[in-house]
Design a protein. Structure first.
Length: 172
Protein backbone atom coordinates (compact mmCIF):
# COMPACT_ATOMS: atom_id res chain seq x y z
CA UNK A 1 0.00 0.00 0.00
CA UNK A 2 1.08 3.54 -0.68
CA UNK A 3 0.37 6.20 1.91
CA UNK A 4 0.40 9.88 1.12
CA UNK A 5 1.85 12.20 3.78
CA UNK A 6 1.07 15.89 3.78
CA UNK A 7 1.18 18.78 6.17
CA UNK A 8 -2.23 19.39 7.69
CA UNK A 9 -3.91 22.61 6.61
CA UNK A 10 -6.86 24.63 7.86
CA UNK A 11 -9.97 22.51 7.49
CA UNK A 12 -8.17 19.23 8.28
CA UNK A 13 -9.23 19.29 11.94
CA UNK A 14 -12.15 16.86 11.43
CA UNK A 15 -9.94 14.32 9.61
CA UNK A 16 -7.25 14.51 12.29
CA UNK A 17 -9.88 14.24 15.03
CA UNK A 18 -11.39 11.15 13.40
CA UNK A 19 -8.11 9.27 13.08
CA UNK A 20 -7.06 10.45 16.58
CA UNK A 21 -10.16 9.00 18.21
CA UNK A 22 -10.08 5.79 16.15
CA UNK A 23 -6.40 5.12 16.82
CA UNK A 24 -6.75 5.96 20.52
CA UNK A 25 -9.62 3.45 20.74
CA UNK A 26 -7.66 0.79 18.85
CA UNK A 27 -4.58 1.30 21.00
CA UNK A 28 -6.15 1.54 24.45
CA UNK A 29 -9.37 -0.50 24.37
CA UNK A 30 -9.14 -2.91 27.31
CA UNK A 31 -6.62 -0.67 29.10
CA UNK A 32 -8.57 2.57 29.56
CA UNK A 33 -12.25 2.57 30.53
CA UNK A 34 -14.55 3.32 27.58
CA UNK A 35 -16.21 6.33 29.19
CA UNK A 36 -12.79 7.79 30.05
CA UNK A 37 -11.63 7.26 26.45
CA UNK A 38 -14.68 9.05 25.03
CA UNK A 39 -14.24 11.98 27.42
CA UNK A 40 -10.49 12.17 26.76
CA UNK A 41 -10.92 12.20 22.97
CA UNK A 42 -13.76 14.72 23.15
CA UNK A 43 -11.61 17.11 25.18
CA UNK A 44 -8.16 16.51 23.67
CA UNK A 45 -8.79 15.48 20.07
CA UNK A 46 -11.64 17.67 18.93
CA UNK A 47 -11.62 19.16 15.43
CA UNK A 48 -11.31 22.64 17.01
CA UNK A 49 -8.27 21.57 19.04
CA UNK A 50 -6.58 20.29 15.89
CA UNK A 51 -7.47 23.47 14.00
CA UNK A 52 -5.77 25.46 16.79
CA UNK A 53 -2.60 23.36 16.44
CA UNK A 54 -2.68 23.69 12.64
CA UNK A 55 -2.87 27.48 12.95
CA UNK A 56 -0.01 27.65 15.49
CA UNK A 57 3.34 28.41 13.82
CA UNK A 58 5.10 26.54 16.68
CA UNK A 59 3.25 23.29 15.88
CA UNK A 60 3.24 20.94 12.89
CA UNK A 61 0.56 18.36 12.13
CA UNK A 62 1.09 15.79 9.39
CA UNK A 63 -1.73 13.72 7.98
CA UNK A 64 -1.28 10.28 6.42
CA UNK A 65 -3.88 9.41 3.84
CA UNK A 66 -4.78 6.22 2.00
CA UNK A 67 -3.72 6.45 -1.64
CA UNK A 68 -7.22 5.41 -2.78
CA UNK A 69 -9.69 8.07 -1.72
CA UNK A 70 -7.47 9.99 0.72
CA UNK A 71 -9.08 8.55 3.88
CA UNK A 72 -7.09 9.63 6.97
CA UNK A 73 -5.14 6.67 8.37
CA UNK A 74 -2.46 8.22 10.58
CA UNK A 75 -0.93 11.46 11.79
CA UNK A 76 1.77 13.15 13.81
CA UNK A 77 1.68 16.29 15.91
CA UNK A 78 4.73 18.32 16.93
CA UNK A 79 4.25 20.96 19.64
CA UNK A 80 6.35 22.96 22.10
CA UNK A 81 7.32 20.56 24.91
CA UNK A 82 5.08 20.10 27.94
CA UNK A 83 6.87 17.26 29.71
CA UNK A 84 8.44 16.94 33.17
CA UNK A 85 12.04 16.99 31.92
CA UNK A 86 14.41 19.95 31.48
CA UNK A 87 13.86 21.54 28.06
CA UNK A 88 15.00 24.57 26.11
CA UNK A 89 14.10 26.33 22.88
CA UNK A 90 15.82 23.64 20.81
CA UNK A 91 13.41 20.91 21.97
CA UNK A 92 10.15 19.81 20.36
CA UNK A 93 7.60 17.31 21.62
CA UNK A 94 6.16 14.65 19.36
CA UNK A 95 2.82 14.88 21.15
CA UNK A 96 1.20 12.29 18.92
CA UNK A 97 2.11 9.69 16.35
CA UNK A 98 -0.62 7.21 15.50
CA UNK A 99 -1.58 5.01 12.58
CA UNK A 100 -4.63 2.82 12.20
CA UNK A 101 -4.10 -0.93 12.47
CA UNK A 102 -4.70 -1.48 8.75
CA UNK A 103 -1.35 0.24 8.15
CA UNK A 104 0.72 -1.95 10.48
CA UNK A 105 3.64 -3.65 8.81
CA UNK A 106 3.58 -1.28 5.83
CA UNK A 107 6.31 1.10 6.99
CA UNK A 108 3.91 4.00 7.58
CA UNK A 109 5.03 4.41 11.21
CA UNK A 110 8.64 4.84 10.13
CA UNK A 111 7.60 7.26 7.36
CA UNK A 112 5.60 9.34 9.84
CA UNK A 113 8.55 9.41 12.24
CA UNK A 114 11.00 10.37 9.48
CA UNK A 115 8.70 13.20 8.39
CA UNK A 116 8.34 14.43 11.99
CA UNK A 117 12.13 14.43 12.40
CA UNK A 118 12.56 16.33 9.12
CA UNK A 119 9.93 18.88 10.19
CA UNK A 120 11.56 19.32 13.60
CA UNK A 121 14.97 19.88 12.02
CA UNK A 122 13.46 22.41 9.61
CA UNK A 123 12.16 24.27 12.69
CA UNK A 124 15.72 24.40 14.05
CA UNK A 125 15.08 21.83 16.78
CA UNK A 126 17.88 19.64 18.10
CA UNK A 127 16.01 17.17 20.30
CA UNK A 128 12.66 15.42 20.05
CA UNK A 129 10.81 14.29 23.16
CA UNK A 130 7.71 12.16 23.59
CA UNK A 131 5.69 10.49 26.31
CA UNK A 132 4.29 6.96 26.05
CA UNK A 133 2.34 4.66 28.34
CA UNK A 134 4.94 2.68 30.24
CA UNK A 135 3.24 -0.68 29.66
CA UNK A 136 2.84 -0.12 25.90
CA UNK A 137 5.65 -2.48 24.92
CA UNK A 138 4.90 -2.30 21.19
CA UNK A 139 5.14 1.50 21.07
CA UNK A 140 8.22 1.55 23.28
CA UNK A 141 9.98 -0.95 21.02
CA UNK A 142 9.12 1.19 17.98
CA UNK A 143 10.53 4.35 19.60
CA UNK A 144 13.69 2.54 20.66
CA UNK A 145 14.18 1.24 17.09
CA UNK A 146 13.80 4.87 15.97
CA UNK A 147 16.70 5.93 18.23
CA UNK A 148 14.85 7.20 21.32
CA UNK A 149 16.22 6.63 24.82
CA UNK A 150 14.69 7.05 28.25
CA UNK A 151 14.70 10.69 29.42
CA UNK A 152 12.29 10.60 32.36
CA UNK A 153 8.89 9.58 33.67
CA UNK A 154 5.53 11.21 34.25
CA UNK A 155 2.05 10.42 35.40
CA UNK A 156 -0.76 10.97 32.92
CA UNK A 157 -4.43 11.16 33.87
CA UNK A 158 -7.18 9.86 31.63
CA UNK A 159 -10.53 10.23 33.33
CA UNK A 160 -10.31 8.97 36.88
CA UNK A 161 -7.17 6.88 36.40
CA UNK A 162 -3.54 7.92 36.57
CA UNK A 163 -1.16 6.03 34.28
CA UNK A 164 2.63 5.80 34.45
CA UNK A 165 4.30 7.04 31.30
CA UNK A 166 7.92 7.12 30.25
CA UNK A 167 9.45 10.09 28.47
CA UNK A 168 11.83 9.41 25.61
CA UNK A 169 14.22 11.73 23.82
CA UNK A 170 16.50 11.61 20.81
CA UNK A 171 18.95 14.00 19.30
CA UNK A 172 18.11 15.33 15.87
Amino acid sequence: MIWRLRRAEPGDGPALSLVAAASFLETFAGIIAGSDMVRHCTLNSSPDKFETWIADAKSVATLAEHSDGAAPVGYTLLVPPDLPVPTDGHDIELRRIYALSLTRGTGLGHKLMARAIDDARAMGKRRMLLGVLGINAQARAFYEREGFTLAGERQFRVGGTVYNDVVYGRAL
